[in-house]
Design a protein around this ligand. Structure first.
Ligand code: UDP
Length: 238
């Protein structure tokens, strides 16, 4: 445990990562692969919290409009994250580790309500804690929720799983000249307006001096490699 670079981590998994090759919703084999990766990290002795997004089902900013106000749309987005957490919870347990979903929006017949002390207890007992509902507030994202929970739960790093292998000067899918960073500071990420996370998330991470490890989740074992301090990653740190 003492050899681990980050003894307690918070992994941010976007809703899209759970979609696999599907155009919408959940791709069960992909959910199972990510669950196995989380279980492998746990087997290292690392304490693992996970914030799951909802973009594979609904994004508030996309569906809000004349007939649907933004707050309601964002509440729907937060509910989507609960569905994803429940799917991942079951997959983690099937892969052999106990898991608990805790929701920022209390729904006690579905899962536990989020509170810091019980979440810390679950982590100390070795349970993988799946944090649903983002921050519990509209106009935020699950990236900000991830940094917030990581700070609250005394995590040593946020592992931000994305579709690309780090942070680039521009979107590498759109710009062939985009340059990749091995390491940047929170200040630089904010100043260069890098889109890998929203500004609120970077600002909070800077305030809490929390490192963010950005990596691609496309390959099996990517979370395990990042948790060991290996693999192709960008480190955002003071
Ligand atoms: N959301 C919210 N507050 C939060 C976190 C999420 O209102 O604190 C809503 C918002 O509508 C967002 C949706 O939930 O679009 C899904 O979250 P996100 O877009 O962050 O998911 P991801 O892109 O990671 O799949």
């Amino acid at each position: 445990m003492t050899d681990l670079p980050y003894p307690r981590i918070l992994v941010k998994v976007s809703g899209e990562a759970l979609m696999g090759s599907e155009p919408f919703g959940l791709h069960t084999p992909t959910v199972a692969r990510i669950a196995r990766d989380l279980v492998a990290v746990r087997a290292l002795g690392c304490e693992v919290a996970v914030v799951v997004g909802g973009g594979n089902i609904l994004r508030g900013s996309r569906v809000a409009g004349e007939d649907l106000n933004r707050s309601t749309a964002d509440h729907m987005g937060m509910l989507a994250t609960v569905m994803n957490c429940l799917a991942l919870e079951q997959a983690v347990e099937a892969a052999g580790e106990p898991a608990r979903t805790m929701s920022a929006i209390p729904m006690p017949t579905v899962c536990e309500p989020y509170a810091r002390q019980p979440a810390m207890r679950h982590l100390r007992r070795g349970r993988i804690v799946l944090l649903a509902g983002g921050t519990g507030n509209p106009y935020f994202t699950t990236d900000t929720g991830a940094v917030l929970r990581a700070a609250e739960l005394d995590c040593d790093a946020v592992l931000k799983a994305t579709n690309v292998d780090g942070v680039y000067t521009a979107d590498p899918k759109l710009d062939p000249n985009a340059q990749r960073y091995d390491r940047i500071t929170h200040d630089q990420a904010l100043a260069y307006d890098l889109k890998v996370m929203d500004a609120a998330a970077f600002a909070l991470a800077r305030e809490a001096a929390l490192p963010i490890i950005v990596f691609s989740i496309r390959e099996a074992g990517a979370i395990l490699a990042a948790a060991k301090g290996e693999g192709r990653v960008t480190v955002v740190a003071p």
